[in-house]
Design a protein around this ligand. Structure first.
Ligand SMILES: Cc1cc2nc3c(=O)[nH]c(=O)nc-3n(C[C@H](O)[C@H](O)[C@H](O)COP(=O)(O)OP(=O)(O)OC[C@H]3O[C@@H](n4cnc5c(N)ncnc54)[C@H](O)[C@@H]3O)c2cc1C
Length: 207
């Protein structure tokens, strides 16, 4: 394949390549560079009076750069509030059990005007996208309230929560470390507590 290119008008001096950097297949380009340099020499004709030659580049045989992976973007179909800047985070961990359990977290977060977070195991299991992972290898969040559900409270997870944030924990193990850092906590199965919480948020007068 042959590509014909007219050299750019008046390139800055630094745009011209050093001779030792020129590859053999760039021999025509080298001539163009020389022509450009000559045009810039003292006493050369003004730019409007000069006619730059077309330069033919033989593109066959040039290495084609290849991406290591397809350069495609995933569709932006995340309908839920972002973790970034959220004042309330409703976060689920391994104790949520499976993917089908996560929608109730989104429901509660939506009622509270908050966003859903997750621990690394929940993300690894595919229950939440990696953009929602909180922790040392995830996001650092600083909401007013962090509702930790089925999260044991490992240092790697707590490292992603601002020390000023008030943590409220729901865990069925009263020995879970999360209770050592939580402002408030409930020892309970989330399967019992979260539907009741959702109902209370939907019908505040019933409580
Ligand atoms: C280099 C490195 C980086 C890491 N980075 C991160 C990170 O960024 N974020 C992160 O989160 N982790 C990270 N981890 C992993 C971390 O060490 C823990 O494995 C992880 O935080 C534990 O997540 P978890 O609390 O969800 O799970 P678990 O520790 O397994 O805790 C699950 C909890 O759920 C409770 N539970 C179970 N069933 C119920 C129920 N029905 N109702 C209520 N509670 C229930 C259990 O009592 C338990 O306390 C990292 C680890 C390493 C080595």
């Amino acid at each position: 394949m042959i590509a014909a290119v007219r050299p750019q008008a008046d390139p800055p001096p630094e745009a011209t390549r050093a001779p030792e950097a020129v590859l053999p297949q760039d021999v025509h380009a080298t001539e163009a560079v020389r022509a450009t340099e000559a045009a810039h020499a003292p006493g050369a004709a003004p730019a409007t009076a000069r006619r730059r030659p077309m330069v033919a580049h033989d593109l066959d045989g040039l290495p084609v750069p290849r991406a290591a992976y397809p350069l495609t973007r995933l569709p932006r179909n995340e309908p839920h509030a972002s973790l970034d800047g959220a004042r309330i985070v409703v976060s689920g961990g391994r104790g949520m059990g499976d993917l089908a359990a996560f929608p109730i977290l989104y429901d509660i977060a939506a009622r509270l005007g908050g966003a859903v977070g997750a621990s690394l195991p929940a993300v690894d299991a595919g229950w939440a996208p990696v953009t929602r992972q909180v922790g040392i290898s995830g996001k650092y969040v600083s909401p007013d309230i962090y509702l930790a559900i089925g999260i044991s409270g490992t240092p790697q997870h707590l490292a992603g929560i601002d020390p000023h944030t008030r943590i409220v924990a729901i865990n069925n193990d009263e020995q879970a470390n999360i209770f050592n850092v939580a402002e408030a906590g409930v020892v309970a199965e989330w399967q019992v507590l979260l539907p009741a919480l959702l109902n209370a948020l939907d019908h505040p007068g019933d409580a």
